[in-house]
Design a protein around this ligand. Structure first.
Ligand code: KIV
Length: 274
């Protein structure tokens, strides 16, 4: 008799069930040690293409590749055991056709072992989301401010601050839900609209620069830890790691220059002769 499959991680249906109940705690992670720390507290870890900015030093998310994302996804899967892991589909790997999206998303799932993928776009992506979800690839959607469209938008602009934009954004939200997305990220969206969309949808909304009324929240880990040079106004910093790290490196440099490090406790004596 074959062994029963044991799923220890949070599952897609469990995240869906949190709709309107317990807020879904989400954070990004890109490395195994950070994933381990996040895993103890979060329901969902996103291997975000924000890795382009915060790990690889790009100005935007356009430059990150599928190979980069797979490598970060593998590291996060090795570092975590409880949270549901979602890997971002990078720019250029899913927009062309549902078939191309399927091939690349299947590669992400096979090579990382993650549970789901995330892709940006609303009505324009509904065919692709249906194609993937019908074939066993859970999709988290992402609407509102979609950073991969930075060149089209000419920068990062909060969405829905004029009421005449609401119909388009609500149509995006309905489109991704109807296509089968199990959750949707609402990024950089006027608060009343994010609250309204949360009330309209049956799937959880995950806010970032959106509303406390969303069914969950996500932040880029480097931003909330105080590691990023520039952080958007919607970020609450829960730490100041850049200051701590810089202080530690300065102290180390001083110790090396003054020969205070290594001390006797950091060096190896000879073995005692018998
Ligand atoms: O790439 C990312 O980190 C994201 C979040 C900001 C939602 O898409």
């Amino acid at each position: 008799m074959s062994k029963p499959v044991v799923i220890r991680r949070l599952t897609v249906p469990k995240i869906r069930c949190q709709k309107g109940k317990t807020p879904v705690v989400c954070l990004t992670a890109y490395t195994a040690p950070m994933a381990k720390l996040v895993d103890s507290h979060a329901d969902l870890i996103l291997v975000g293409d924000s890795a382009a900015n915060v790990i690889h030093g790009f100005d935007n998310t356009i430059g990150i590749t599928l190979d980069h994302m797979i490598m970060h996804g593998q590291a996060v899967m090795r570092g975590s055991e409880k949270a549901l892991v979602v890997v971002d589909m990078p720019f250029g790997t899913y927009e062309e056709s549902p078939q191309v999206a399927y091939r690349n998303a299947a590669r992400v799932m096979q090579e990382t072992g993650c549970t789901a993928v995330k892709l940006e776009g609303g009505t324009t992506m509904n065919e692709t989301i249906s194609f993937l979800t019908a074939r066993g690839i859970p999709v988290m959607a992402h609407i509102g401010l979609t950073p991969q469209a930075v060149q089209t938008m000419g920068g990062y602009r909060t969405q829905g601050r004029n009421k005449d934009e609401w119909a388009r954004l609500e149509a995006d939200a309905h489109a991704v839900e109807e296509a089968g997305a199990f959750a949707v990220v609402l990024e950089g969206m006027a608060e009343p609209l994010a609250e309204r969309i949360t009330g309209l949808l049956k799937i959880p909304t995950i806010g970032i620069g959106a509303s406390a009324a969303c069914d969950g929240q996500i932040l880029v880990i480097d931003d909330m830890l105080g590691m990023s040079e520039r952080t958007p106004g919607f970020v609450k910093q829960y730490g100041h790691l850049a200051v701590d790290i810089s202080g530690a490196i300065e102290a180390y440099a001083n110790d090396v220059r003054t020969r205070a490090f290594p001390g006797p406790e950091h060096t190896y004596a000879m073995k005692k002769e018998k």
